[in-house]
Design a binder for this molecule. Structure first.
Ligand code: CP
Length: 307
């Protein structure tokens, strides 16, 4: 018996439960294996990207086109009527009449939720400020399960900008549904916000906070790195001070275990040296490529073409 996602928006991991996440993972696996061909045939998807993107926008485009659907949109607010002062809600009330689903990225936290309140079609949050990035999390969980079979029982390190990084915030909420141990590795200025660590305490999830990557990293199943995001800093001097912290290179990855996979939502700047791309534990490009089947499955479920 499947779970009915038809007509549903995907705004936050907080709106989901473990069974729903696992069901989406199961359907993503089926899509990746070649089942459900043409699942978006006759469907039209709009991409409204008020912030820059390479992977999320283009993998949605690839996902839709490969499954027989049509996709259109804008890739910056500068090329939309937002530039003339149009409100987000007016934009959504307009575009909802042009498509079957809207994929949206916006710099303001809560923008996707607001959009879902005025849209007649499912809204897929492709990132809202420092808040959530659910489809990134789905492909992260899918990649972890592909590599290690299950999430339960795993120890996962999140490293880098844990304060502003929406990918780690989404992932933390998703991981809280499982039996995991977490390690947060960041400079003091970029620590995981207290409301997330308080949330983990209420869920009984064990977490550790490390100032630096050290030999304890040998026990990690996954090390999930993130970019120190310049655009999230109010003070550019502060960015310059911390940007070089937490770099993975040939020397520092010797701290990792033989089966510690290195993940990253990308883009990277200098936090992962290119010299380790060929290491078999470095799976960030494989992770990015999983965005296509996972986003196909998500759209298929939201549009009711797979169950
Ligand atoms: N991971 C991710 O969201 O990448 P983009 O910003 O390129 O979409």
């Amino acid at each position: 018996m499947g779970i009915d996602f038809k007509g549903r928006s995907f705004i936050s991991l907080s709106d989901m439960n473990k069974e729903e996440i696992l069901y989406l993972m199961e359907k993503s696996g089926e899509v990746k294996a070649g089942k459900h061909k043409g699942l978006l045939s006759g469907k039209t998807v709009a991409t409204l990207f008020f912030e820059p993107s390479t992977r999320t926008r283009l993998s949605f485009e690839s996902a839709v086109l490969q499954q027989g659907g049509q996709i259109f949109g804008f890739s910056s607010s500068a090329s939309s009527s937002t530039q003339k002062g149009e409100s987000l809600t007016d934009t959504i009330k307009t575009v909802t009449g042009y498509c079957d689903a809207i994929v949206m990225r916006h710099k303001i936290e809560g923008a996707a939720r607001r959009a879902s309140q005025v849209a007649d079609v499912p809204i897929i949050n492709a990132g809202d400020g420092a808040n959530q990035h659910p489809t990134q999390t789905f492909l992260d969980i899918f990649t972890m399960m592909e590599k290690k079979g299950s999430i339960d029982g795993k120890t996962i390190g999140l490293m880098g900008d844990l304060k502003y990084g929406r990918t780690t915030h989404s992932l933390l909420v998703a991981l809280s549904f499982f039996d995991v141990r977490l390690a947060f590795i960041s400079p003091q200025e970029l620590k995981m916000p207290e409301h997330y660590t308080d949330f983990l305490k209420t869920k009984g999830i064990e977490f550790m906070e490390w100032d630096v990557l050290d030999e304890k990293a040998g026990d990690l199943d996954f090390l999930y790195c993130t970019r120190i995001q310049k655009e999230r800093f109010f003070d550019p001097m502060e960015y310059e001070r911390v940007k070089g912290s937490y770099i993975l290179d040939k020397e520092s990855i010797q701290l990792l275990g033989d089966s510690t996979y290195i993940m990253h939502p990308l883009p990277r700047v200098d936090e992962i040296a290119e010299e380790i791309d060929e290491d078999e534990r470095a799976i960030y490009f494989e992770q990015a490529h999983n965005g296509v089947p996972v986003r196909q499955a998500l759209l298929g479920l939201a549009l009711g073409t797979i169950r």
